[in-house]
Design a protein around this ligand. Structure first.
Ligand code: SF4
Length: 435
């Protein structure tokens, strides 16, 4: 039987995506509720380190392994007592890791928080949902509306790591949002593996639209932002709700991965070029100023120069507002893992930079067009002599930022302010407070 020892300082290190951040915040909330002092990604001395790993693609896996080895080194140096590992890498390689890095005190999977807490003599309490210890600035928070994924995209290991799609109930999400708003959260960032699948499992139909209509009624919440939408079966009613609801940011993150029909078919995405383009057209028709963020993969097996040129031209034509591009990572036990990884690594990297060169120019042009205009912004932090904020078209950590000279005016962090844009670069806007 573990003994509760709240004198032990705990440091949680979170790797990977916002869904991992959400999980770490839940672990921290449970431990804090039981009297433990828990830090996040801290350099400060601690007794116990919990590493919440990412196991999605090669580079992320390598970062997770390096972080574990660094913690093991600190343990061998007597700087920390224990190292616990959880999250996607730990889940995906639960059979291999204990043998490969036996110095870790205990490995936990992605659905194993209750066992991790037992190491601290803490019993998981469901009613603490919403009592997360936020690691984000207190005015915005991620809200994970479901876990797992029922899709079978060929390149993706997530379904085998996170399991089947499980939606949370609208009631539990509204309760969590209400508690967050009471703590000062103004911006809710909805996340999932597949946001648009929401409700199909527990309600037998897509209910993202109903969830959005419930969340915008939560007092104190001013912005609701949508991440990780999926194009196939996209609920059109959500487009109308984005257009109609002031509080829902005119912003949509929808990873599309590619546009060539052969590649999309091999990726098992369930949508083709025509469907993709008509979805984007109906979105832009309904929400004229919508900022569309997407993610693409280059160097997928079979991506000939011709197919890559088709993708490049499409990116040029479609002019996404925000875009991320990844080099294909050949992952074992995925459908694509059985294919031949026939695009050389340096060709993959070359294609990544060609797409980002196009996107930087598009982003620069779009930002130049914002000069002279006034935008409602929220301010996340102060950095040097600048206040750093975002418009509704920008999600934290991944999109553009608005910089305001802090030597000339005062802005309260976590508050909204009207900002007139004075200048712009590819990924940054510069502005002044409108009195
Ligand atoms: S939707 Fe596709 S890419 Fe996204 S988590 Fe599910 S399987 Fe992976």
């Amino acid at each position: 039987m573990k003994v509760k020892d709240t004198d032990k300082k705990i440091n949680i290190i979170t790797l990977g995506c916002s869904k991992n951040v959400y999980d770490s915040e839940n672990i921290m909330g449970q431990l804090k509720h039981n009297g433990y002092e828990v830090m996040h990604d801290s350099e400060a001395p601690s007794d116990i380190v919990i590493i919440n790993t990412c196991g999605f693609i090669h580079d992320a896996k390598q970062e997770s392994v390096d972080t574990i080895l660094a913690a093991i080194h600190d343990k061998q140096e007597g700087l920390i007592e224990k190292v616990f590992v959880t999250g996607c890498l730990s889940e995906r390689y639960k059979n291999e890791l204990p043998a490969e890095i036996p110095e870790v005190d205990h490995y936990f999977g992605t659905h194993d928080m209750h066992n991790l807490l037992k190491e601290f003599a803490v019993d998981y309490k469901h009613e603490l949902i919403g009592e997360r210890q936020l690691t984000t600035p207190s005015h915005y928070a991620y809200l994970k509306i479901s876990e797992g994924c029922d899709r079978s995209c060929s390149f993706c290991a997530i379904p085998m790591i996170r399991g089947k799609h499980i939606s949370r109930t609208i009631e539990s999400l509204v309760l969590e949002a209400t508690k967050l708003a009471a703590k000062g959260v103004k911006e809710l960032i909805l996340i999932a593996q597949d946001l648009t699948f929401y409700g199909l499992d527990i309600y037998g139909k897509r209910r993202l639209d109903d969830l959005l209509k419930a969340l915008v009624k939560v007092e104190g919440i001013e912005w609701v932002r949508l991440h990780y939408a999926y194009p196939t079966g996209f609920p059109e009613e959500v487009i109308q709700t984005i257009a109609a609801e002031e509080k829902i940011c005119n912003y949509l993150d929808i990873p599309l991965q590619h546009i060539n029909n052969d590649i999309l078919k091999s990726m098992r995405r369930g949508h083709d070029r025509n469907k993709t383009e008509s979805l984007l057209v109906s979105l832009r028709n309904a929400v004229s100023d919508v900022a569309i963020r997407t993610t693409l993969i280059v160097g997928y097996p079979g991506e000939t120069e011709e197919k890559f040129q088709e993708l490049k031209q499409w990116v040029q034509q479609t002019r996404f507002d925000r875009l991320g591009v990844f080099a294909y990572s050949h992952e074992e036990n995925t459908h694509a893992g059985k294919l031949i990884d026939d695009v050389d690594e340096d060709v993959k990297q070359q294609r990544v930079s060609e797409i980002m060169d196009i996107q930087s120019q598009i982003s620069f042009d779009k930002n130049q067009a914002k000069i002279g205009k006034i935008y409602k912004c929220i301010f996340d932090r102060k950095e040097g002599s600048y206040y750093i904020g975002r418009t509704e078209y920008d999600s934290p950590e991944v999109d553009n930022e608005v910089r305001v000279d802090a030597t000339q005016q005062h802005i309260e962090l976590g508050k909204f302010a009207q900002i007139k844009i004075l200048d712009a670069e590819a990924f940054d806007l510069f502005g002044e407070l409108v009195k």
